[in-house]
Design a protein around this ligand. Sequence first.
Ligand code: CU
Length: 114
Amino acid sequence: MKWLVLVLVLFLAACSQSTPTGNVVADEAQVVHVSVQGANYVFSEDSVDSSRPVKLVFDAAKLPGCSRVVTVPQYGAKKMITPEDNEITFEPLGSGPVRVACSMNMYTGELMVR
Ligand SMILES: [Cu+2]
C-alpha cells in the first residue's frame, strides 16, 4: 500500500509541475538600457517586440544636463531620471519607432518596435 501512495504522490507532483501557472513569459517586460552619446539617446537593443511591455532603464550617470528629463510623447510619459527612479515602462500599441526626447527636444532617440 505504501508504494501506491508514493506513486500517487510522485504522479501528482509531476502533474502540478507541468500545469501552466500563468503567462509569465509573455507579460515579462523587455529591458532596454538607455544612455546618452552626443545629442542622442542610445539603446542597448536594436529593437523590441510589440507583444510585450518595454522597460527603459536609464543610466543616470550617463545623462548630461537636461537629458535627465525624459519624455516618451507617444505614451504620455515624462520623468526626471534619478539614480533611484530611473525606469519608464510602456506597453507598445503597435510596431514602429518610439521617440524618446528630453523635454526641450535637444536630446532625441528612437527605439524600434517590431
Ligand atoms: Cu533638453
